[in-house]
Design a protein around this ligand. Structure first.
Ligand code: ATP
Ligand code: MG
Length: 237
């Protein structure tokens, strides 16, 4: 079973580097995120957005400060707990391998076909009207070529989302790719997340204003040069 998690996140005076001797990429960053918050992270290229999410997964070196999940410092957790149970990352480019969609969604066989099928259905446009004919081709038995070469970028992104839906971690990290998803797919992904991630904390790097103003997010964090420049609460009717 999963450790109980609320999905509260706290960065306290975090200075993060990629190597011990490297330059700081995040500088003295302090940020508190309540459970269930949906936060968009924006900022110019190189401002530290990906570094922020990588730091949460312990891919950077903290020379100062601390990051906690539900008040527990992440360095006190096993990497397995942190990266498999507590946080699910939807990366900039979906990681797919040669095998069936079933194997790609659930490599270790933790889930039933029914669970996987319902996540895939949610993501592949079964519920849209009219149904999305292209994505109906995505069945559990469908073969995927190495690196998902036989799928479009959008389909890869959708599988990546389906894989995240079957996980039950309270924290979701999205590093949105600039190129791969069209606006209709982006809107649909947000609808799906709205349904499935109701009580989860979402931290999403957004490259386009369009995704930020769609009504999904309740806070926007603006990063610049590894520091917080603005912190905006979106009040939506
Ligand atoms: P983009 O919008 O282009 O994805 P970003 O805001 O995600 O940009 P980061 O990837 O966090 O930016 O990079 C912030 C800074 O950290 C940049 O100056 C970059 O050169 C540096 N950086 C990123 N990855 C590494 C790494 N693995 N090793 C050393 N420096 C890195
Ligand atoms: Mg990035």
């Amino acid at each position: 079973g999963l450790p109980p998690s609320k999905g509260k996140l706290e960065f306290r005076n975090v200075t993060a580097k990629y190597t011990e001797t490297g330059r700081p990429i995040l500088s003295d960053l302090t940020l508190s995120i309540e459970p269930g918050t949906r936060m968009a992270v924006v900022g110019r290229t190189g401002s530290g957005k990906s570094t922020l999410s990588l730091s949460l997964l312990r891919f950077t070196h903290l020379s100062m400060g601390s990051i906690t999940i539900d008040d527990i410092p992440i360095q006190d957790m096993s990497l397995e707990t942190l990266r498999r149970d507590l946080v699910t990352m939807i990366p900039q480019d979906a990681v797919l391998f040669e095998g069936s969609i079933r194997e790609n969604l659930d490599p270790f066989g933790f889930h039933t076909d029914a669970e996987l099928q319902s996540a895939l259905d949610a993501c592949s446009g079964m519920s849209t009207s009219p149904p999305d004919a292209t994505n109906h081709l995505l069945r559990l038995g469908t073969s995927i070529h190495s690196q998902g070469a036989n799928l479009s970028h959008g389909q890869r992104q959708i599988l990546s989302l389906a894989r995240a839906l079957v996980r039950r971690s309270k924290i979701m990290l999205l590093d949105e790719s600039t190129a791969s998803v069209d606006s209709a797919t982006e809107a649909r992904m947000q609808d799906i997340m709205d349904d499935w991630f109701r009580d989860r904390t979402v931290l999403a790097i957004c490259h386009r204003l369009r995704g930020v103003v769609g009504g999904f997010f309740d806070q926007v964090l603006v990063l610049g040069n590894g520091e917080i420049k603005e912190y905006v609460y979106l009040v939506l009717s």
